[in-house]
Ligand binder design. Structure first.
Ligand code: MN
Length: 289
């Protein structure tokens, strides 16, 4: 059917193209988590390779943590909502991720690090997102952007709607993370019951909305109803998306410029060719990270 209404939202606004449910799994030394991107239902959403949600108030679900392991060729983004995670790497860098903080780690040519809970019980909650690097940056020097909670600006988007801006721009305010190759947007949006807002999404970016608390209607059709644990993939085209919540709701809104490059993946190594993967494994085994 052809839409002949020139001012229709469908011309300018993103909709929900499909809804994906996360897969309960475990990783690291046995941390229970939900894999939302990087699983059979959604292998990747260029440039996003993986999205894990971790949320448990039982220490046995997370205490084993993520002991020493390598990364090469992409970026890992950890956003903590609750709990404390200690980070340390083979270059001598170390830091503590506290509630509301973000670590944007550009692994580049390679790091070996550990991510271990610094608590034995109580709620541990947050996300880890993997963002791909373009071929020209895969072997770049590793870089950390450790962002304390108070450095993340919170803006009002509409009555009853607030957004923390981790990276990208919204309502004329820029988030603190900078110089990311895929020019991403990463918002943590909080809506009061009955509130609604438009959110600006850069044209040409792939994007998604993941509801981690409450319930939201995204776009203008019932196919955009997201409950807690639903990831809605945004349709292409348009520079805005409408979100409304009948009850208090929290969601992350993430978008990035697709790289449209070949992806060769092997565990914590994400390169462009199989030969580069073999090289990564050799370099790691030889202690060259
Ligand atoms: Mn890691």
């Amino acid at each position: 059917m052809i839409n002949i209404d020139p001012v229709s939202q469908r011309e300018t606004h993103r909709q929900i193209a499909r809804i994906v449910r996360g897969l309960p799994t475990s990783d690291g030394a046995g941390v229970k988590l939900t894999r939302v991107i990087g699983q059979p239902a959604l292998d990747m959403l260029d440039p996003f390779l993986m999205l894990d949600e971790f949320r448990s108030d039982s220490g046995s679900d997370y205490i084993a943590g993520f002991p020493e392991h390598p990364h090469r060729g992409f970026e890992t983004v950890t956003y903590m909502l609750a709990g404390r995670m200690r980070h340390g790497d083979n270059q001598g860098n170390s830091g503590l991720l506290t509630p509301g903080s973000v670590q944007w780690m550009t692994a580049g040519r390679g790091i070996v690090h550990s991510e271990m809970p610094e608590q034995e019980d109580g709620l541990m909650q947050g996300f880890q997102l993997w963002v791909n690097l373009p071929a020209k940056d895969k072997m770049t020097t590793p870089r950390y952007q450790d962002i304390a909670p108070e450095r993340i600006p919170e803006v009002s988007l509409a009555p009853g709607v607030k957004a923390r801006i981790i990276v990208g721009e919204q309502a004329g305010v820029r988030g603190p993370v900078d110089n990311v190759a895929t020019d991403p947007l990463y918002l943590d949006v909080h809506l009061d019951a009955g509130a609604s807002s438009e959110i600006a999404i850069p044209a040409g970016h792939n994007g998604f909305i993941y509801v981690y608390e409450g319930r939201a209607t995204v776009g203008e059709s019932a196919s955009g109803d997201l409950v807690r644990g639903d990831l809605g993939v945004l349709s292409a085209g348009g520079e805005k998306v409408c979100i409304a919540a009948p009850i208090p709701t929290r969601a992350i809104v993430v978008a990035g410029r697709p790289l449209n490059e070949p992806v060769a993946k092997y565990g914590p190594f994400v390169m462009n060719t199989q030969q580069q993967i073999i090289q990564a494994v050799e370099d790691f085994r030889a202690g060259r990270f």
